[in-house]
Ligand binder design. Structure first.
Ligand code: AP5
Length: 214
C-alpha cells in the first residue's frame, strides 16, 4: 500500500499516519519529522532548512526531492509507505512522479484531509510533542496522563517553534497558495479520497480506513 496524506497544517496527517502504520505495517515518511531531526542534529541540511521552517515557509523543492530520493532507497520502503507532508508543491509532485516511475511504482490513494482554517489554530497551539520519542499530544483533545510528560517514555513535552499563531497563519497561507493545487494534480489522476477531518480522531480514523481499504 502506497498512500499519501495531504491537508493543511494541523489537519491530523501525523496522527492518522500513526494508525495506518499499525494497520498496514509500513513506514510513515514525514518530511517535517525528517527536517526536524536534521535541525536537531545541526546537519548542513538542517541548518539550511531551519530558517524556512521557523518562518512558516517551504524548504526549497530541490532539497526535499534529494532527501526523498535517499529515503526511498531504504529497505523499509519495499512493501509500501505513508507519505505525510510530501509532496506539497506541483514541482515536488512532478518530482515524485519521476522517482516513482524509476522505481516502477505508483500511489494507490491520496487521502485529502479536509478541515477549515478556524479549527487549525486551536489544534496547533495546543499540540505538545515529546522531546524523547516524538509522540504527539494535545492539551485539549488528546492530553498526556501526567501534564507535561510523555505517556510512553516520561520525557518532557514541548511546543513546536512553528506552532505559534503568527507562524501558523503563515503556514496556512503557504498551504492555500502552494499545496492546495497539488490536490487537483491528483484528482486529475482519479486517485483522491476526500475525508471530512473536522470530527474526532477516532471518527476520522474509521472514515479513512473505510475509504481506502478496497
Ligand atoms: P510538517 O511537520 O509537515 O507540518 P504541517 O504540514 O504543517 O503539519 P503538522 O505536523 O503541523 O500537522 P498534522 O497535519 O500532522 O497534524 P497532527 O496530526 O500533528 O512541516 C513543518 C515544516 O517543515 C513546514 O512548514 C515546512 O517549512 C517544512 N516542510 C515539511 N515538509 C516539506 C515539504 N515537503 N516541502 C517543503 N517544506 C517542507 O495534529 C495536530 C494537533 O491536533 C495534535 O495536537 C493532535 O493531537 C491534534 N489532532 C489531530 N487530529 C485531531 C482531531 N480530529 N480533533 C482534534 N485534535 C486533533
Amino acid at each position: 500500500m502506497r498512500l499519501l496524506l495531504i491537508g493543511p497544517p494541523g489537519s491530523g496527517k501525523g496522527t492518522q499516519a500513526k494508525f495506518l502504520v499499525d494497520q498496514f505495517t509500513i513506514p510513515q515518511i514525514s518530511t517535517g519529522d525528517m527536517l526536524r531531526e536534521n535541525v536537531h542534529n545541526k546537519t548542513p541540511l538542517g541548518k539550511e532548512a531551519q530558517k524556512f521552517m521557523k518562518a512558516g515557509e517551504l524548504v526549497p523543492d530541490s532539497v526535499i526531492l534529494d532527501m526523498m530520493k535517499n529515503r526511498f532507497s531504504e529497505n523499509d520502503c519495499a512493501k509500501g509507505y505513508i507519505l505525510d507532508g510530501f509532496p506539497r508543491t506541483i514541482p515536488q509532485a512532478e518530482g515524485l512522479d519521476q522517482l516513482l516511475s524509476h522505481m516502477n511504482q505508483q500511489l494507490d490513494c491520496v487521502v485529502v484531509m479536509d478541515v477549515p482554517d478556524n479549527l487549525i489554530i486551536t489544534r496547533l497551539s495546543n499540540r505538545r510533542s515529546c522531546k524523547g520519542c516524538g509522540q504527539v499530544y494535545n492539551l485539549i483533545f488528546e492530553p498526556s496522563d501526567i501534564a507535561g510528560k510523555c505517556n510512553e517514555c516520561n520525557e518532557d513535552l514541548y511546543l513546536r517553534e512553528d506552532d505559534n499563531p503568527v507562524t501558523i497563519k503563515q503556514r496556512l497561507t503557504v498551504y492555500h497558495e502552494q499545496t492546495a493545487p497539488v490536490i487537483n494534480y491528483y484528482s486529475n489522476q482519479g486517485i483522491t479520497k476526500v475525508i471530512d477531518a473536522k470530527g474526532s480522531i477516532d471518527e476520522i480514523k474509521t472514515e479513512i480506513l473505510t475509504n481506502i481499504i478496497p
